[in-house]
Design a protein around this ligand. Structure first.
Ligand SMILES: [Zn+2]
Length: 142
């Protein structure tokens, strides 16, 4: 795969359908309660959330929403982007979020089932990005 573009500015995002990896930073630990599961605590650090957008406005609309602080909680990931900071996203036009999760195999799964309630393939659509770990699609380090 060619190196995807990282967009730190929501205004630069393309209005196309596809998938993205959202980079989130938590400065503080965050308790997360998913329905029917014991409370999990996310440690401070960097997280990678794999999502896709196929509706109007595509990736630009979806990732733009992730990067907004002021919103109602609708998806699991909203808890992280409200309490933490969505720093930007790598964009993969025409791809599927589960492909991105597969590409990131080996990254720790902090909360099984997070963002993947409707998915039979992935353990989670949220992965932790441990400090000093290389990403398969970007040479930056955290
Ligand atoms: Zn999946």
């Amino acid at each position: 795969m060619n190196g995807p573009d990282f967009h730190a500015d929501a205004l630069d995002l393309p209005s196309v359908s596809g998938a993205y990896v959202l980079l989130i930073h938590l400065a503080d630990s965050l308790p997360v309660n998913l329905v029917g599961r014991p409370e999990a605590i996310l440690a401070p650090g960097h997280y990678l959330y794999c999502g896709s957008a196929r509706g109007p406005g595509g990736i630009k609309a979806r990732v733009g929403r992730h990067m907004q602080k002021d919103k109602s909680i609708r998806w699991h990931v909203d808890r992280l982007t409200v309490k933490g900071t969505a720093l930007g996203a790598w964009v993969f036009p025409g791809r599927d979020e589960c492909e991105l999760v597969a590409m990131l195999a080996g990254m720790p799964v902090p909360i099984p089932g997070f963002g993947s309630s409707d998915c039979e393939t992935c353990a989670s659509h949220l992965l932790a990005w441990p400090t000093g770990t290389a990403l398969p699609f970007d040479s930056r380090s955290n």
